[in-house]
Design a protein around this ligand. Structure first.
Ligand SMILES: [Ca+2]
Ligand SMILES: [Ca+2]
Ligand SMILES: [Ca+2]
Length: 204
């Protein structure tokens, strides 16, 4: 209702939403594709615009936001990996759509969807396989981010031990790489892995 004195903010937000990718149907499309309601999308968009007035997040902004959440550790590397997982079209920036679709999976997705997303995060070079090195890189990044204050008794080679255990369980056919099927099967079977996955959800 143009000119109506009520809910002016909402009207303005909707107009802003309409400029997402310069398509008037952007909001409806996101509402259909994600698991958020129109109202929730408006709230998310307001927060997103607030943090990133340009409408897209680049890697540096992402790292900055992360360092605020994890001031006790070094979150740079983990933020880099996460950024790449959110930037699904790999164009070097996370748009509002990228952000919403990622959040939708992480917050409201099925176990299968979350595991797919996690696999994509661990598969650093996105070739469809997780190697031991990739898993170690992610694990180290998580340990770095948590910082020494969180786990004072953490041993130096804890990430490597963690990875050895995980990898042996996951690489069922022992060919040195973990496929998406191996990943999903072992995550669903193993309570320890699932628990770690939840720990990992908390740091996203
Ligand atoms: Ca992107
Ligand atoms: Ca890979
Ligand atoms: Ca394998």
């Amino acid at each position: 209702m143009p000119g109506a004195p009520v809910a002016r903010d909402t009207v303005e937000d909707e107009m802003e939403m309409a400029t997402v990718r310069h398509r008037p149907e952007a909001l409806e499309l996101l509402e259909a594709q994600s698991k958020f309601t129109k109202k929730e999308l408006q709230i998310l968009y307001r927060g997103f615009k607030n943090e990133c007035p340009s409408g897209v997040v680049n890697e540096d902004t992402f790292k900055e936001i992360y360092s605020q959440f994890f001031p006790q550790g070094d979150s740079t590397t983990y933020a880099h990996f996460l950024f790449n997982a959110f930037d699904t079209d790999h164009n070097g920036s996370v748009s509002f759509e990228d952000f919403v679709m990622g959040l939708s999976i992480l917050l409201r997705g099925t176990v299968q969807e979350k595991l797919n997303w996690a696999f994509n995060l661990y598969d650093i070079n996105k070739d469809g396989y997780i190697t031991k090195e990739e898993m170690l890189d992610i694990m180290k990044a998580i340990y770095d981010m948590m910082g020494k204050c969180t786990y004072p008794v953490l041993k130096e080679d804890a990430p490597r031990q963690h990875v050895e255990t995980f990898f042996q369980k996951m690489d069922k056919n022992k060919d040195g790489v973990v496929t998406i099927d191996e990943f999903i099967e072992s995550c669903q079977k193993d309570e320890n892995i699932m628990r770690s996955m939840q720990l990992f959800e908390n740091v996203i």
